[in-house]
Each structure stands twice: as structure tokens, then as C-alpha cells.
Design a protein around this ligand. Sequence first.
Ligand SMILES: NC(=O)c1ccc[n+]([C@@H]2O[C@H](COP(=O)([O-])OP(=O)(O)OC[C@H]3O[C@@H](n4cnc5c(N)ncnc54)[C@H](OP(=O)(O)O)[C@@H]3O)[C@@H](O)[C@H]2O)c1
Length: 284
Amino acid sequence: MTENGSEGIGTLQLGGDLTVGRLGFGAMRLCGPGVWGEPEDPRAAEAVLRRVVELGINLIDTADAYGPEVSERQISSALHPYPDDLVIATKGGYVRPGPGRWKADGRPQHLREACEGSLRRLKLDRIDLYQFHRPDPRVAFEDSVWALSELREEGKIRHVGLSNVGVRELVIALDIVPIVSVQNRYNLTDRSSEAVIEACEREGIAFIPWYPLATGRLARPGGALDEISTRHGATPAQVALAWLLAKSPVMLPIPGTSSVEHLEENVAAADLRLTEEEVATLSG
Ligand SMILES: NC(=O)c1ccc[n+]([C@@H]2O[C@H](COP(=O)([O-])OP(=O)(O)OC[C@H]3O[C@@H](n4cnc5c(N)ncnc54)[C@H](OP(=O)(O)O)[C@@H]3O)[C@@H](O)[C@H]2O)c1
């Protein structure tokens, strides 16, 4: 593993003024079961976050809905004052009726309150990357995006990102405000966002695949990744991440884990180079 595991795979520019390594960290798994409440060992969760930064990762993905509020508090408690180059990417647009339950709320007033809450919990004057968590079928998508555009104009948000959208929504949003990232579910076994990735490549937008390890399913031995991982002396999780990184120059995976050991393993995936043939075989 290099000092900065993500250096080997290069960096991405978000909005032309933020440079991030192409491997980030997803903080959702540091909450309690069902992404609800505190984890069993809050100190261990904060230790994972500190190790993330030590390993040179400079993009941490979170959301007000994780916990809810727990994840953002953990981040500020573990890492504030933040290193200059750390990009905290949070999200708004979801509320939590209970453990394992999620409800979209894309009303402009809610997004404003959500953003202000995130600013307070993260102890920031401005959020580097604020992502609209999910379109709300009860609210015109344009209205939600306008709300984020206003927050950006007011300086509360530096850059706007989208999550769980199709090409249609991306095109609509780009007419309203510059979009620097799209975060959708994508991994070896779920390719439904291929067209969105192509659109991101055309627009020079980062694509942030969530669920990159299919909640660890892709990390288990005994699957399709075994032969290639054995050949490289790597783990299946590392091959799954290396495949993502090889798929597109705009790809920025955010694997999540509550374990320092898995974190170190995942960061080391940045040093794993798959051959073109291996990428093609895995791509099927
Ligand atoms: N935008 C959205 O709607 C959305 C939705 C879901 C998630 N996200 C974001 O995406 C991030 C990642 O998604 P995710 O957490 O759902 O999926 P993931 O990263 O594919 O899977 C995380 C799970 O995999 C396990 N894992 C991680 N590294 C491993 C390794 N090297 N070996 C074995 N198991 C490993 C973890 O368990 P251990 O803790 O035991 O390591 C954890 O349970 C989240 O943290 C969140 O920030 C966004």
C-alpha cells in the first residue's frame, strides 16, 4: 500500500477547484444497525474515520439521514478541525421514520433546513459537496434542484451533486446549476447506471458508485472473483474495487466499512492493476 493509496489511480477535479483521490470512504456503515442510532462502539467508529484520513483518503461520503445525524456528528467529533484537503460530501433529501426506513423529502424548505443542520453538525461554513439524496416523487425535481442552486448562490454549498438519478434528471439539473457528481448504485452485479456513467464521462462529472461491494457479498471468497484475485495475490473485495476504477476515469468508489482491517484492504485496491482482458472478463 502506498502512503496515499489513491495516488496511484489518479485524482478527479470536482467543479474545477477541488481535487480528490479516486477512492473515497462511505461513512454510512459506522451507524447502528439499520443505519439507525449510535454504533455499538462509537470510539471504534471514530478510529476508522481517523485512519481514513491517515491513509490519504480525502473524500468522505455521508448524509444527514445516516443515523439520522449520527454520521455527521461522528465525522466532526473525530476529524474537526479538518485537514485542508478533506472534502466532506453530505446529502439531504431523505428523512428517517425508523431503523431501516427511508422517506424522500425534496421540498425546497426541507432541503434548506437539512443543509443548515448539516452545516451545524459538521461545523462548517460551507459544504464542499452537497448531494440531493433522491428525487421525491411528490415534488417537482426542478424545484428541489433550484433549492440547492439557491443554497450554492448563498455560499452554503460549494458544489452540487445528485444521487439516485437517471440521465433525464441529470440533463434537467444541468440546465439549472452546475452538477459535479452523480452517486448511484453500481457494482459488478448491478450495471443499471451504465448510461449515467457515459453521461458523466461526456460532461466531465464524477460518478460515485454506492454499494461498490454489494454489502460485502462481492468480498466473499468462492465467487467469480476468486481466480483473478488469486492470480494477483489480492482479495475479492480488492478486485471488485479495481474493476470499478478501471471501468471509467470518472469513477470514484466509496466503499464503506466499520473495520480498520477492511478499510486498509480496500484502500490497497488502488494499487491493484487489472489487465484489459481481466476487466473485459469481469465485465462479461
Ligand atoms: N446515495 C445513496 O442512496 C446511498 C445508498 C447506500 C450507500 N451509500 C453510500 O455508499 C457507501 C457504500 O455503500 P454500502 O455501505 O451500502 O455498500 P458497500 O461499500 O458495498 O458495502 C459495505 C459493506 O461491506 C463490508 N465490507 C467492506 N469492505 C470489506 C472487505 N474488504 N471485506 C469484506 N467485507 C467488506 C462492510 O462490512 P464491515 O463493516 O464488516 O467491513 C459493509 O457491511 C455508504 O457508506 C454510503 O456512504 C449511498
